[in-house]
Design a binder for this molecule. Structure first.
Ligand code: ZN
Length: 186
């Protein structure tokens, strides 16, 4: 990239007429936010169409705190892996500066962002860690798809237990997701 971020030169790959991803705006704007926020630690912005995570976007309330709480309850490891929760943007046309702005805006406070009916964005220091982050959210989503298919949650991890989990693993869970109360997908 040039200093102003207005043009690029290909150093490797993209042979035979290959071009960068159509989501270049979302990647770059998210990089810019995460680089500042993490003092350069986050070097990867990954996007994919995680199946179960996407499926949930059709049936859950599209509220970041409520959805984060649901995923935290969907698997015990989730609160430890993404204590900052999941941001959600409205459905938008992909491949635009606008969805890049909205995604980067959510990246200010979340390492994961949902694009409803489309997929997920994750931010992390390495490819492995970022893939792991997305995979953790996807795994919890798969559990929840099964749970919802079986008729919904009859019991789950409580707020007190989530707080204890955060203490044990030295993470600060997003307060809004704790405050929003038990997950309810009915
Ligand atoms: Zn996509």
């Amino acid at each position: 990239m040039d200093d102003k971020g207005l043009s690029y030169k290909i150093h490797w790959g993209l042979v035979n007429g290959g071009v960068p991803t159509s989501e270049l705006a979302s990647h770059f704007q998210s990089h810019s936010v995460r680089k500042q926020l993490t003092n350069g630690a986050d070097r990867v912005i990954m996007h994919c169409h995680a199946t179960n995570f996407m499926a949930l976007s059709y049936v859950v309330e599209l509220d970041s705190a409520r959805f984060t709480r649901l995923l935290w309850e969907g698997s015990t490891e989730c609160l430890v892996v993404f204590p900052d929760g999941v941001g959600i943007v409205p459905w938008m046309v992909p491949g635009t500066d606008e969805i890049g702005d909205a995604t980067a805006g959510q990246m200010q406070s979340h390492s994961l962002v949902m694009w409803p009916f489309h997929g997920i964005f994750g931010a992390g220091p390495t490819l492995d860690e970022t893939f792991g982050l997305i995979d953790t959210a996807e795994k919890s989503s798969e559990v929840l798809v099964k749970v919802i298919s079986m008729g919904g949650l009859r019991q789950s991890i409580t707020t007190e237990q989530l707080v204890a989990l955060g203490k044990r693993f030295n993470v600060n869970p997003w307060q809004a997701a704790l405050d929003t109360g038990p997950a309810n997908v009915a």
